[in-house]
Ligand binder design. Structure first.
Ligand code: SF4
Ligand code: SF4
Length: 443
């Protein structure tokens, strides 16, 4: 038998180019027309103003983890919007008559190439938006552009599949109502804690992320322990529990609305005064800031992220906590802090825990994204750039000098766990909610 030679390559195998996915069997012309129609349909006055306002200063580039860690100009935030800008200028801008003479209509090849820029290399984190001196909301425009891509059937398959599953089964990870019921029964028995499900009336409707249910189920136990200790009238409901919203990520507005309305209907059905969102960043954006738009009128209940709910309980003197050990740094979920405005809440909770907070440089609204938001963590083809972006986060954590790290988003936690395994990094992300549950003082 010949000896195998593992060391000497006989020829070079080039890394395959990114495969661009498509759904359905529409022709290229039909796809382009569908995308252009959707882009223009969603072009509000503010979006149109954004299109005309860029002064090409480049500040947004230095704010984007995908550009900073690659140095590749195609990953600059403003380049990600270029096809949208071209369509706007040619089809509807003030000088469209002129641009029509100069430019051909956008073709579906260009849109296909654009898929990677809009989905794989944007977490919708909004750090570029914060940096832009012209106030251009680049993250919102990327989300808008994704809707055009969905209409054209040009979404990465992995993301499309989880979004479609969420629409069909009620959860992107198969956490159906039956799975929810079984898991709650098991967790109740295992931890000896009463986890309320399907109570007909409740002041607080608790919701969850299926990432928690399937990967971090101790989060549900932590939430139940805290709500029980506070003496809240509360419940999970099997007709509205999943707070993640992959309709939002994939660019399907109808699916986004369906996911939102399930929670709205469940809250109304049990007469909830407060809907508490789980440790999930985009769930907060989807319900707190877009929920009323999906519902078509003001929501008849309050919407709080769990960190806000805990901070309120701390402020009211209702939550008595034992001090936790060690110094801690906090990773701000982009959609809760920078995009959501609830930057102070987790810090109030950490202060109540007596934690010595060592902030990362920079922290709060300016903190760097973990690299896994916006649906990016679902895309294996984006792993390499996601890991590269995560290096910034590891440096931030290490330079804080803190012994422990915590966050209030299970998707960030998942990204940290995956990055930790990839780099064999000896750090473990903890959940703020679980830290609180583990520090409840005796009544
Ligand atoms: S939203 Fe975040 S990931 Fe997307 S372009 Fe801006 S900085 Fe980069
Ligand atoms: S920071 Fe704003 S104005 Fe400057 S290049 Fe980026 S989008 Fe344009």
């Amino acid at each position: 038998m010949n000896e195998l030679d593992f060391d000497t390559p006989r020829f070079t195998i080039k890394k395959p180019a990114v495969r661009h996915d498509k759904q359905g069997d529409a022709s290229d012309a039909e796809r382009s027309a569908a995308a252009v129609h959707a882009f223009l349909r969603d072009m509000t006055r503010s979006a149109a103003t954004y299109m005309e306002s860029c002064i090409r200063c480049g500040h947004c580039a230095e704010a984007c983890h995908f550009y900073v860690t690659s140095g590749d100009p195609q990953y600059t935030p403003i380049w990600k919007l270029e096809p949208l800008r071209q369509i706007w200028k040619r089809e509807a801008g003030p000088f469209s008559w002129f641009h029509k003479k100069l430019k051909k209509p956008i073709d579906s090849n260009r849109l296909r190439e654009w898929q990677e820029l809009l989905y794989d290399s944007c977490t919708l984190c909004g750090r570029c938006t914060l940096a832009c001196p012209m106030g251009i909301d680049i993250a919102a425009l990327v989300a808008q552009a994704r809707r055009g891509m969905f209409a054209a059937g040009l979404v990465p398959h992995e993301l499309w599949a989880v979004a479609e599953r969420a629409e069909r089964e009620g959860s992107p990870l198969g956490a159906t109502p039956r799975v929810l019921k079984e898991r709650i029964e098991w967790l109740s028995d295992e931890h000896g804690v009463d986890i309320a499900l399907d109570r007909p009336r409740a002041d607080v409707l608790a919701t969850l992320s299926s990432v928690e249910l399937m990967k971090y189920p101790q989060s549900l136990v932590a939430l139940a322990k805290i709500l029980n200790r506070l003496g809240e009238s509360w419940t999970f409901r099997s007709d509205g529990y999943e707070a993640t919203n992959f309709g939002l990520f994939s660019g399907n507005l109808a699916w986004q609305r369906d996911m939102t309305l399930k929670l709205v209907d469940a809250a109304i059905a049990c007469g909830a005064k407060t809907l508490v969102l789980p440790e999930c960043g985009h769930a907060y954006g989807a319900m707190r800031w877009q929920g009323a738009n999906m519902y078509g009128k003001p929501l008849p209940f309050r919407v709080l992220h769990i960190s806000e709910f805990l901070a309120e309980a701390v402020r009211a003197g209702r939550l008595k906590l034992k001090p936790m050990q060690g110094t801690v740094t906090f990773h701000d979920p982009c959609q809760v802090s920078r995009r959501g405005g609830a930057t102070g809440a987790p810090r109030e909770v950490l202060a109540a825990l007596g934690a010595e907070l060592r902030e990362m440089p920079p922290a709060g609204d300016a903190s760097w994204c973990c690299g896994g938001g916006g649906g990016v963590i679902t895309l294996h083809r984006a792993d390499e750039q996601r890991y590269r972006a995560f290096e910034i986060k590891m440096r931030q954590v290490e330079s804080s000098g803190a012994q422990r790290l915590a966050t209030s988003c299970s998707n960030c936690r998942l990204t940290f766990d995956d990055g930790q395994a990839h780099y064999k990094w000896g750090r473990k992300m903890e959940s703020l909610l679980e830290l609180v549950a583990g520090s409840l003082a005796a009544p």
